[in-house]
Structures are given as C-alpha cells and as structure tokens.
Design a protein around this ligand. Sequence first.
Ligand SMILES: Cc1cc2nc3c(=O)[nH]c(=O)nc-3n(C[C@H](O)[C@H](O)[C@H](O)COP(=O)(O)O)c2cc1C
Length: 158
Amino acid sequence: MTLSKQEFRSAMSLFPTGVAIITSEPEGYSAFGMTVNSFTSLSLDPPLVMWNLQKSSDTYKAWHDAETFAVNFLSAGQQELSSQYARKGEHDLEPAVMERGITGCPLLADCLASLECKMHARNEEGDHVIIIGEVVAVLSQPDTAPLVFHNGAYTELK
Ligand SMILES: Cc1cc2nc3c(=O)[nH]c(=O)nc-3n(C[C@H](O)[C@H](O)[C@H](O)COP(=O)(O)O)c2cc1C
C-alpha cells in the first residue's frame, strides 16, 4: 500500500493549529520573519519548544546561522501579517512591526505571545529540519483571540 503525498498532505491539513511568525536576526543578515504552523512545545524542564523548517527554504542558511529566535503567536486580527511573511523572498521585517527582546532578538508587536529562544539544536529529518529552542523570556496577552489554520484556510475559534 503506497500513501500518496496528496493523501498525506490532505490528512495533515485536518489537524487545526495556531499560526506563528518566527523572527530572527543572525549576524550578517537583516531581521526577518517566517510564517509557520509546525510549532509545538517540547519540554517543561528545561523549557524547550520546536518547529520545522523545509530544507528547500531560501532562509535555510540564515536559520543555520541563527543563535536566537522568537516565536510570535498570531492573534485573530493578524491574518495579513501571516500571509505577508509566507511569501517567498519577502521575509524582511518592517521596522514598524518590530520590537526588541532581552537577547536583542526581533519580536513582532501586538501578538498573542512572543517566546524569546536561544538555539538549542537542529535535527535534519526527511525534507525538514527540526529547530529546537530554549525559551528564555515570554511576553503574553492571554485575553486575545488566536489565529487558527485548518484545512488550508485561516479561521477563528468559535
Ligand atoms: C499557515 C502557514 C504555515 C506554514 N508553516 C510552515 C512551517 O511550519 N515550516 C516551513 O518551513 N514553512 C511553512 N510555511 C511556508 C513558509 O511560510 C513560506 O511560505 C515559505 O518559507 C516561502 O519560501 P522560502 O522560505 O523559500 O522563502 C507555512 C505557510 C503558511 C501560510
């Protein structure tokens, strides 16, 4: 029995997720961000989180060089931002949407939460790299509604 890519992709799209923009500014690069929905928490002690990067991404080298990054959970009103940082070749952060965390890492303003992370590990698996970060600081606005991605489209919690 062979599972087709399309069958696998369609089944995965049925799992609802939040949406995050991961931001960083490795030495020698300008501040950039990338939309992901592969984020999850990994460990409580130490506090580790992870997300997956397609190896074919133009940002692969920058993520290889990054020592810190921030995970910015998007709120229901930030769908435009999500689409903007999912466009190929358009990852540069605009100063207007950017703040700085305690490590100097760029953060996005007005998000549900921003987790500032030190790079912990990168593990290549299949056509993706698992990027693991140790969370060193957290900013959050718990009363804000999240942006949700399900079945290939944005939605909100009802
Ligand atoms: C909702 C959503 C979730 C995404 N999740 C991921 C992800 O987890 N990992 C990833 O590498 N790309 C993900 N992407 C794709 C990237 O945001 C972006 O489209 C892609 O990196 C563009 O190509 P480039 O990296 O070569 O510029 C996602 C896109 C969208 C719209």
